[in-house]
Design a protein around this ligand. Structure first.
Ligand code: PMP
Ligand code: GLU
Length: 397
């Protein structure tokens, strides 16, 4: 008998964290590694948010919070949804968790049964299929390549839906591609979902504030499917708070209650201090969000221009998040010092070892011909990194 459960043995480790770990190990050996693997803002959490956390410590917010989060935070999230997204939710429909990752996993475990199908557009964020595995569901991938800006079409969605389809996971702005669905594109996908009454949409909007198209568009705005949308969001990316671990859902009541029950049994409410910090994020001055977005947009243009100077890379122009996802197929089959590069992960490993630049191979995202760079780092680092990448790729024969 195996010591570990079949459930656990079926899981794969997070490739984004694995590459970040390798990068840190190399750094610890004294190498000058530029880490563009794991995706997190390089900015510090804004001061007014940190002050709110300090005050929460002083004010003795040291007790368990309600399982679904403090009422004032849930109210602030409803106000944010009204103000920024023109969406109506009540605090009872909000569940605050230990990061958007936990929020997603809560929802998947709450609604997916054995053999239920979950449609996942690929390229996808690494954790979606693993969460579906935990729930014993079946991931159904719908592929969208660079030629369609990594976005699925309504026809593709329609073809993928079967009587067993329970949910679609839609991430816009997208990790890993940076692609953003326009309002019209979302309307067309919503029109397909509208016809299939048993299908839910899990809308991962964690990169909402990092978009270069102006206003964020949520698929929840389409009233005919509103009752079947679960929004997943949080403070990690938009407010530079990855380590604080606060995410949330805005969901139909039944799903919100289910997630609260689940959370009540295996984590309880998230950190009370972090919740007070998140409250300050949503109720305080929002200028920090725009300032960070402006910096990301400048870096996006910089990295895209530099990558486009490298022969053999096919580079998309991402309209959000802080990732760029060039296709590197032309380098597969080439070699260096007698070692052949077979996969995109080999390209990423080669760039780490040869250029001391950490990125992530597309294999983990369901896109074996691409590599992902996170450009949430300084302009200087971007220039230095891409120059090194260019030199290293030129050495492949
Ligand atoms: N969804 C996507 C698409 C992400 O990139 C991330 C960040 N890893 C998450 C969810 C999880 O965010 P959090 O850090 O708040 O758990
Ligand atoms: N969103 C980040 C990434 O994709 C964080 C890592 C993770 O949560 O897997 O790199």
């Amino acid at each position: 008998m195996e010591l570990l459960s079949t459930r656990l043995l079926a899981l794969s480790p997070s490739e984004t964290f694995a590459m970040a770990q390798k990068s840190n190990e190399l750094k610890a050996q004294g190498f000058d590694v530029i880490n563009m693997s794991v995706g997190e803002p390089d900015f510090y959490t804004p001061d007014h948010i940190k002050e709110a956390a300090k005050k929460a410590v002083e004010d003795n917010f040291s007790f368990y919070s309600p399982v679904a989060g403090f009422q004032d935070l849930k109210k602030a999230i409803c106000e944010k949804l009204q103000r920024e997204n023109n969406l109506e939710y009540t605090p009872a429909q909000i569940v605050v968790s230990g990061g958007a990752k936990q929020s997603l996993c809560n929802v998947i475990l709450s609604i997916i049964d054995k053999d239920d199908e979950v449609i996942i557009p690929s390229p996808y964020w690494v954790s979606y299929p693993e969460m579906v595995k935990l729930a014993e569901g079946k991931s159904v991938y719908v592929h969208a390549g660079i030629e369609q800006d990594f976005k699925i079409t309504p026809q593709q969605l329609e073809e993928a839906i079967t009587p067993k389809t329970k949910a679609l996971i839609l991430c816009s702005p997208s990790n890993p591609t940076g692609s953003v669905y326009t309002k019209n594109e979302l309307a067309a996908l919503a029109a397909v979902i509208e016809k299939h009454q048993n299908v839910y949409i899990i809308a991962d909007e964690i990169y909402e504030h990092i978009n270069y198209i102006g206003e964020h568009e949520s698929i929840a705005q389409f009233t005919k499917i509103f009752d079947r949308v679960v929004i997943v969001n949080g403070v990690s990316k938009g407010y530079a708070m990855t380590g604080w671990r606060i995410g949330w859902i805005a969901a139909p009541q039944l799903i919100a209650s289910a997630c609260t029950m689940l959370q009540g049994q295996y984590t309880s409410g998230p950190s009370s201090i972090s919740q007070k910090a998140a409250l300050a994020a949503y109720t305080g001055d929002q200028s920090c969000v725009g300032e960070m977005r402006t910096a990301f947009e400048r870096r996006r243009s910089l990295i895209v221009d530099l990558l486009r100077e490298i022969p053999g890379l096919n580079v998309n122009n991402p309209m959000g998040a802080f990732y760029v996802f060039p296709e590197c197929k032309s380098y597969l089959g080439k070699s260096f010092n007698g070692k052949t590069i077979e996969t995109a992960t080999d390209v990423a490993m080669y760039l780490l070892e040869e250029a001391h630049v950490a990125c992530v191979g597309g294999d983990a995202f369901g896109a074996p011909g691409c590599i992902r760079f996170s450009y949430a780092t300084s302009d200087d680092n971007i220039k230095k990194a891409i120059a090194r990448v260019k030199t290293a790729l030129e050495k492949l024969v």
